[in-house]
Design a protein around this ligand. Structure first.
Ligand code: DX5
Ligand code: ZN
Length: 223
């Protein structure tokens, strides 16, 4: 697994949302065997997004049965209220949304204080300016390339200027965060995203629904 603290290392993070949950453990083993670096866990509360997925107990189960970096994406309105439970469940990276109802800086500080990596996410409609005040407090910036809530949606090219802006800001200020993209990422769209500066690629459908997952993962790694 590439060292987390190299924000230019290519990292492939399949989204468990797209896995066959009736065979969850086998699916995660399959993803690791296929060469994946992280597992991306999409937590949805039915309020911040119009879907409900899973909570801390699901994360804990995965943590207890697999040795893999857990990249937890909290698409929930109150990440501050649930934070301790996701930390306790074994999350390695916890990404919260800038649009959610919380004190962003305080939540990010608590994530790091617990020894987890801190991520901040912005939706397609959210301007890059909204995350700029926090860029010096994060280990990862997640630029959503779909409207969050469901897997299998189409990549939104219009989000790419924000990936480029994130890369420019990191270089200008000497920041050290990963740039992650999430939603509609496959071999083709990964080329666009990485050309703009993304290094962490979340792939749900393109990874778990691929006829050959290892080929899909290596295509993302070389995109
Ligand atoms: C959407 C999630 C994404 C999604 C990715 O709300 O944040 O991680 O599961 O799925 P694909 O890769 O199928 O778009
Ligand atoms: Zn996600």
């Amino acid at each position: 697994m590439p060292k987390y603290d190299d924000p230019t290392a290519r990292i492939i993070a399949p989204s468990v949302l797209a896995a066959d949950w009736s065979r969850l453990n086998e699916e995660i083993s399959r993803a690791i065997t296929a060469g994946s670096d992280w597992m991306h866990l999409d937590v949805m509360d039915g309020h911040f997004v119009d879907n409900i997925s899973f909570g801390p107990a699901f994360v804990q189960t995965i943590h207890e049965t697999n040795d893999v970096f857990l990249d937890v994406h909290l698409m929930i309105s109150r990440p501050d209220h649930f934070l301790d439970r996701f930390i306790g469940a074994g999350s390695d990276n916890i990404t919260v949304h800038v649009e959610a109802e919380h004190d962003v800086a305080d939540t990010l500080k608590r994530i790091r204080a617990a020894g987890c990596k801190a991520g901040l996410a912005l939706n397609p409609a959210t301007p890059f300016a909204d995350v700029e005040p926090y860029l010096d407090q994060i280990d990862l910036l997640l630029v959503m390339t779909v409207v969050p809530g469901f897997g299998g949606q189409s990549f939104m090219e219009e989000t790419m200027p924000k990936v480029a802006a994130a890369k420019a800001a990191r270089e200008k200020h000497g920041y050290h965060y990963h740039i992650e993209v999430d939603g509609g990422i496959g071999a083709e769209t990964a080329k666009t995203a990485t050309a703009n500066g993304a290094n962490v690629l979340v792939a749900g459908t393109s990874a778990f629904k691929a006829p050959d997952m290892a080929a899909a993962v290596s295509a993302l790694r070389s995109a």
